[in-house]
Structure formats: C-alpha cells, structure tokens
Design a binder for this molecule. Sequence first.
Ligand SMILES: *[C@@H]1O[C@H](CO)[C@@H](O)[C@H](O)[C@H]1NC(C)=O
Ligand SMILES: *[C@@H]1O[C@H](CO)[C@@H](O)[C@H](O)[C@H]1NC(C)=O
Ligand SMILES: *[C@@H]1O[C@H](CO)[C@@H](O)[C@H](O)[C@H]1NC(C)=O
Ligand SMILES: *[C@@H]1O[C@H](CO)[C@@H](O)[C@H](O)[C@H]1NC(C)=O
Ligand SMILES: *[C@@H]1O[C@H](CO)[C@@H](O)[C@H](O)[C@H]1NC(C)=O
Ligand SMILES: *[C@@H]1O[C@H](CO)[C@@H](O)[C@H](O)[C@H]1NC(C)=O
Ligand SMILES: *[C@@H]1O[C@H](CO)[C@@H](O)[C@H](O)[C@H]1NC(C)=O
Length: 593
Amino acid sequence: MLMGGQTFLVSVGVLLAVIFQVSGRCPESCSCERQRGRKTVICDKGGITEIPTNNMDTDTQIFLVTAPPSNPNYLTIGRIFLDFTALEEVYIMHSYVPAIGHSSFWPGTNLRVLSLSHNNISQLHDFDFNGLTNLEVLDLSDNVISATPSAPFRFLSNLTTLSLARNQLKRLVPRIFYMLKKLERLDLSSNPLGDIDPENLKDLRPLKSLSLANCQLSRLHSLIYQHLPNLEELDLRDNFFNYFAPEEFRHLKKLRMLYLDGNEMSVIVDKAFNGHYFDYLGLSRNQIVSLDACAFCNASIKSLNISRNQFASLKSNILKEVTFSLQVLDIGFNNVAVNTVASVIQPLHRLRRLSLSGLALTTLPPQIFLTNRDLRVLDLSQNELSTLDPEILRPLSKLEELNLSGNLFLGLQPQLLDQFTNMTRLSNVPLHSNPWTCEQCHILPTLKWLNSSLGNRKVCRRDQSCFTCVHPERLAFREVRSLRVSEVPPCGGPKSQSRIFNSGSQIGIIIAVTFLVILLLVIITFILIYKRRGAVYYTHEEERNDNYLYGATLVGDINGGHKDEKSLRFIATLDKIEESSDDYPSKSKNRIT
Ligand SMILES: *[C@@H]1O[C@H](CO)[C@@H](O)[C@H](O)[C@H]1NC(C)=O
Ligand SMILES: *[C@@H]1O[C@H](CO)[C@@H](O)[C@H](O)[C@H]1NC(C)=O
Ligand SMILES: *[C@@H]1O[C@H](CO)[C@@H](O)[C@H](O)[C@H]1NC(C)=O
Ligand SMILES: *[C@@H]1O[C@H](CO)[C@@H](O)[C@H](O)[C@H]1NC(C)=O
Ligand SMILES: *[C@@H]1O[C@H](CO)[C@@H](O)[C@H](O)[C@H]1NC(C)=O
Ligand SMILES: *[C@@H]1O[C@H](CO)[C@@H](O)[C@H](O)[C@H]1NC(C)=O
Ligand SMILES: *[C@@H]1O[C@H](CO)[C@@H](O)[C@H](O)[C@H]1NC(C)=O
C-alpha cells in the first residue's frame, strides 16, 4: 500500500513536470526559450497595450518587451510582477511607458538588471525602485525625465551601473545619488545640466566612470574632482569648456581615460596633465591653435587624439615628454604642413597607430617613417596623394593596415605593388574613393596584382565589394578586380595625356615635343603641296580648314599637346572635320582636375 502510494505520488510528480515542461505557458505573440540556461520570454513584435504577464510562467527569469519603430507598444507598468520572484533581468523598452510606479517591481529580490530605456518616463518617484536591493544595472536612458525626488535610488544599495543618458534633467536635486554605495558607472550624458553642484556627486566615492558628455557644461568645480577620487574614466565630450587650469585634474589620481573632444579650447596650458598616466586623452574637435611647450610635461599618454583642431604649426618637440609612452596618435584634419608632421612624429618610435588623415598631403618625404618601425596601422586617407614612394613604406615591416582611401590615385605603380607584396603582415589596404582610371596605362599593374590571390587578399575583403573604376565613363562603378584585360581601353582620353604632364614625366614631355615637331613638319609639307597644286585645291573650304588646323595646333600647345592626336586625325581625313570636332568636348568631361 505504502509503496503504491509513493509510486503514485512520484508518477503524478513526473506527470506534472512533463505537463509543465510541455505546456509551459507562453503569451501570445511572444517567444519563450532558454537563454544562457535561463527561462526567457521575449515579446518583440510590437503593437501591445498590456504587459502579457497573465500567460507567463511565474518562474520566468528573463523578460524582454520591445517593439519595432513601425509598430510601437503603449504600456503602463503596475505591480504586475508580484508572483514573478525568479525574475533576474527585465527589459521593457520602446513602449511609451509614462511612469514607473510605486513598487512596480516588488518584490524583485532576484532582479539584477532592469532596463526601461526608450520610453516616455518624465518623472521618477519616491518608491519606484522599492525592494530592488540586488539590482546591479539600471538603464533609464532615452526617456524624458526632468524631475526626480531626493534620493530616488536609495533602495539600490547593490547598483553598480546607472544610466540616465539622453533625458531632460536640467539640474540634479540634492542627494540624488544617496545610498548608491557601490555605483561604479554613471552616465548622465545628453542632459541639459548646464552646471553641477559638487554636493550632488559627493555620495559617489566608488565611482570609476562618469559621463557628462553633451551636458552644456562650461566648468566643473574642483570639489567635484575631490569627491570622486576613484574615477578612472571621465567623459566631458561636446560641452563648452574653453579652459582647463594647470593640474586641473590633479585630484583624479586614478584617471586613465579623459575625453575632452568637441569643446571650445584654444590652448592647452603648461602642465595641464601633470602627473597623469593616460590610456587615452582626447582633445579632438576643439579649436586648439597651440600647445604650450610643456603641455604634456610629466605625463604619460598611450593614445592621444588631437585631430580636427586648428593647429597652424606644431613645435617639433611638443610630444617629447610622451615619446616613451605614445602608441596611438591622431593628428588628422589639422592645418599643418607635411614637414611639421614629419618632425613631430620622428621621435615617436613606439608608435603603433598613426592617423594623418585629412591633412591635404600631396607628397610625403621618403624618410618620413624611418623611425616609426613599430607602426601597425597607418591612416593616410582623405589626402591628395596620387602616388606613394615605395621607399616610404620600407621601414614599416610590421604594418598591418594602410588606409589610402579618399586620395587621388588613378592607379598604383608596379613598384608600390611590389612593396605591398613584400610587406607580409599587411592585410588591409582600403583603396575606395579614389578616381581609379581603368585605362591600360593606369590600371593594368593594379589589375594584374589584384588577380593574384595575394593582392586580392590584401586589398579586398572577401565579403565586401572592392574599389571601383571612376573613369572612363563606360566602366564607371565596375569593380576593378572584375575587369578582364581585354576590356581595358588604351589611354586615349585627353585626361590621361595631360596626366603625363602633371606628373612631370620627362619622357612624356619629350614624346610630346617630338610629336609637335613632326606635326609642324607635316603641316608645312601639306601647305607646300597645296601651294603647288593651288589650281586644283584652292577653295573656301580649304581656307577654313587651314584656320582650324592652326587653331588646333595652338590649343594643343597650350594644353600640353593633348590635342595632337586629333589634329593628326583631322589631317588624315579632312572631310570628317565636323564630326571629330564635335566629339571632342564630350570626352573632356571626364577630366579630373
Ligand atoms: C509622452 O508624455 C507626454 C507627457 O510627458 C505626453 O504629452 C505625450 O502624449 C506622451 N506620448 C505618448 C506617445 O504617449
Ligand atoms: C549585494 O549583493 C550581494 C551578492 O551579490 C549580497 O550578498 C548582498 O546582500 C547585497 N547587498 C545588499 C545591501 O542587498
Ligand atoms: C610628476 O608626476 C608625479 C606623479 O606621477 C608627481 O609625484 C611629481 O611631483 C611630478 N613632478 C613634477 C615636477 O611635477
Ligand atoms: C579622434 O577623434 C576623432 C573625432 O572625435 C575621431 O573621429 C577619431 O576616430 C579619433 N581617432 C582615434 C585614433 O581615436
Ligand atoms: C579609412 O579611412 C576612411 C576615411 O577616413 C574611413 O571612413 C575608413 O573607416 C577607414 N578604413 C579603415 C579600415 O580604417
Ligand atoms: C622585396 O623583398 C625582396 C627580398 O626580401 C627584395 O629583394 C626586393 O627588393 C623587395 N622589393 C621591394 C619592392 O622592396
Ligand atoms: C587572372 O588570372 C587568370 C588565371 O589565373 C587569367 O586567366 C586571367 O586572364 C587573369 N586576369 C587578369 C585581369 O589578369
């Protein structure tokens, strides 16, 4: 009997377990699955007006509600999670939630992650987060929060990460962060704060990372720094700072990452960063015209970004103090001359990444990278380079990426391609946005090199389309690597001959001059013949042709002789003169200047 009863109970248990497993409930239009071993409900189709907790298993651990932009949710939250004690992560996003509500996530004893980002929450209230003592991550970003009570987060004694980014906070109430004893990361970016009272941040001693980007700040009280002795990362991007005092950040002894990009600084004063060890120092997008001689004195900087400023000149020893630490440098989009650049980077023999993008460089001195033998990534994009001396690359045997996009290359010289081939670590050479000219004299070496698997691998990613022809018109947008040799036209276009002159090729000039001389001889011969046979050929038409002929020769002379071919054709077929003079201008449209 006893045995029977036990068996019965066990089998009922098994049956229940099976039923539970099989018929585990799942709200309509949601999907239920196990993620990272945890029972997960995902409702992401949109268009709902009620959180579907009715049909949800109470042992759900992860619950996610979101919606595509085309089909938003309109939800309110009440105390709907009372039975859901197993919940560990809750995401209710893109749902126009207007408020959180009194103890909405109660009891929430297991809740560790709560995201209510991308909603319409305009205020926080006293008991919004009641019970969430184990919460570690709270994301309230992308709402319209403009008001909070004092100490709204006081229940969250285990919180490590809080985001209030992209809300409407104009000011922080006193003790807003009270009791956040473990908070390490706080994101207040993109709130119109204007100013911050040091009192507001005094409860945040453990804080390691603080973002105040885009908060309309023009100053920070030095007490703020004193309240945050553990700060390692400070983001002040896109504010209105125009000055930082010498040793401004001296209280932040652990600071490793400092983002000051996108402010209004025009100078960096001496000893601004005295005593700091920076992994990253961002000074880009300011209006800095000069760095004081000792701007980086007694500092160590691994990665420095001074791009998009207004440096007219840079003293060659300006980075002397960080010679031994600097590994990444971005000087792009400044107004500095190539010789200045060369002298600034010359001592930086530890450099691994260098950006010289957007400096209007037309040539580079052959020795420019002689001492930067550790370079892995070199960005020369968005300059005006049409050739690159292979000599320049010879010291860079460790180079992995060379960005040449957005320059003026028509094709690549065979010597440069050989150099690429020799650089065994080079595996990424972006070349798009150049005026690639798919005519024989420009593109054939490149084409042949691309056709080798090595060349193709270095320049084109397997899964991406590779750079395309720009000229001639007929081949525009064709991928260079897909061309067959037989498809590539000879260099006939007027543009390509003028190119020879631009690049100052001696041979080109000699050929053209010879050409002109021969042409003159031919003309004279013709004139002589005509004069002799005057009776036969003397017509008005001939007079006109004669003028044209002189005109053409003259134009050819001025523009560097590129009309010679035409003139010659004209001589050979006098009667086709109209035709050939018509088709001429249409070709010159392709010309690049
Ligand atoms: C968002 O909240 C504001 C009030 O804060 C309200 O006027 C607006 O209608 C709400 N938007 C939606 C789509 O619910
Ligand atoms: C914080 O979490 C730890 C374990 O993660 C727990 O032991 C502790 O009780 C929590 N602290 C509070 C104040 O709840
Ligand atoms: C240089 O920085 C260190 C801290 O890294 C500091 O102790 C020292 O006083 C500084 N030296 C000068 C001359 O300021
Ligand atoms: C430097 O800053 C600019 C603009 O802020 C950014 O686009 C660029 O990626 C940064 N460079 C590096 C090396 O981080
Ligand atoms: C190369 O430079 C261009 C333009 O500056 C940039 O958009 C692109 O991301 C760079 N490519 C790589 C692989 O860094
Ligand atoms: C490539 O390397 C070989 C042998 O290492 C050398 O002989 C040749 O000159 C190099 N070519 C270029 C263009 O550097
Ligand atoms: C590419 O290589 C193949 C054989 O490997 C050859 O048949 C083809 O003509 C080559 N194409 C070009 C453009 O060199």
